[in-house]
Design a protein around this ligand. Structure first.
Ligand code: SAH
Length: 340
């Protein structure tokens, strides 16, 4: 049965039309779910009894459960228990300009990036749209805050769960849903090339980030198995196409791994690769995990990499470190829970 939190307002309107009811019931239901935040059809008191009964028969309204919260200064990490007893995580970061949340898109991940904790658990299944929506809704309710931006950078490869992802984006972007502006939503991919082409045609103002992490195939092959399928040149071609079609700037993520991809030569190659593209590079200090052998680059090395990119005409920022105390690296919390 479909979960009501995974239905777009448009699909809900169609549902009411098909059962011979008024289309604006969809607006009423959205109001109950996302403004008044009730979690039971029976509380939707402006709906007739028959409508409530019909809804209860046709949709489930089950939620997921916050199983654990870790908190350190401006970062909260949430562990969610899904209805089939799987776990996923989300992280809330409080900035002066608003609250941003990193959500998961899958249980586990099949991409197998060598430095990433999430990939140690192979993909169990896709997250349903409602499970992604509820990560946000429950965080808002728990802390009584409003989320202003969302990044799909938690556990999972969002483009490996494309349809549920797009549905999720439409629900949270809806003014009467969670009303998160498209320009405040970012999808991060390790580079599933065909989906980058699809995404370019969605006609949305959502941001795209590419986890590149290497300036060439030689290095990328070693740390990201997906590169054997879609090489650096293929992924850059797809990004160029995306920029041409959408006129939007793309973020290139680059996690700084000591002695792996952080030399001055690597920075120069990266600058060559990206020259002329409307992108900016986000250098990510690596979050070390207990189970993986990679080390973070030193502050000095990151600075050097940064200035080399600048000198070569590339826009670049260094990401602030969040939550290393609370195992905020993707997958760490889930890993700990699973090891118990
Ligand atoms: N699968 C998507 C989104 C999830 S990963 C993607 O690959 O983009 C989100 C980002 O975190 C990716 O850039 C990933 O490479 C990076 N990442 C994974 N493990 C990390 C760690 N331990 N420290 C820092 N960044 C990490």
């Amino acid at each position: 049965m479909n979960n009501i939190y995974g239905i777009t307002r448009k699909d809900l309107a169609e549902y009411f039309f098909n059962i011979g009811d008024k289309v604006f019931r969809s607006t009423q239901v959205y109001d109950w779910l996302y403004k008044k935040r009730v979690n039971s059809f029976s509380l939707m008191s402006n709906l007739k009894k028959e409508v409530i009964e019909k809804l209860s028969n046709d949709f489930s309204i089950d939620t997921i459960e916050i199983k654990k919260v870790e908190h350190d200064k401006d970062t909260y990490k949430f562990l969610f228990k899904l209805n089939d007893n799987n776990f996923v995580e989300a992280v809330l970061m409080q900035h002066d300009y608003g609250n941003s949340v990193c959500v998961s898109s899958e249980v586990g991940c099949n991409m197998g990036c060598r430095f990433c904790e999430s990939g140690r658990l192979k993909k169990v299944r896709n997250l349903e749209s409602y499970e992604m929506v509820l990560q946000l809704l429950l965080i808002e309710n728990y802390l009584n805050i409003r989320i202003s931006s969302v990044v799909v950078m938690g556990i999972g490869e969002p483009f490996d769960n494309y349809d549920n992802l797009m549905n999720f984006i439409r629900i949270i972007n809806d003014d009467l849903g969670l009303a998160i502006g498209a320009r405040h939503i970012t999808v991060s991919t390790c580079g599933l090339v065909p989906k980058i082409y699809d995404f370019a045609n969605e006609n949305l103002q959502v941001n795209l980030a590419l986890s590149l992490h290497a300036p060439n195939d030689e290095i990328r092959d070693k740390i990201m198995p997906i590169n054997k399928v879609y090489s650096v040149s293929k992924v850059i071609a797809a990004i160029s196409d995306y920029i041409r079609k959408t006129n939007r700037r793309v973020t290139i993520e680059y996690v700084m791994l000591n002695n792996v991809n952080d030399s001055v030569n690597d920075a120069i190659s990266l600058a060559k690769l990206l020259r002329g593209l409307n992108v900016y590079v986000n250098l990510i200090p690596y979050n070390e995990t207990n189970t993986l052998e990679f080390k973070k680059s030193s502050k000095e090395q990151i600075e050097l990499f940064y200035t080399t990119l600048i000198k070569n005409g590339i826009n670049v920022t260094i990401r602030r470190e969040f939550g290393s105390k609370i195992s905020a690296a993707c997958g760490q919390l889930r890993s700990k829970e699973a090891n118990k």
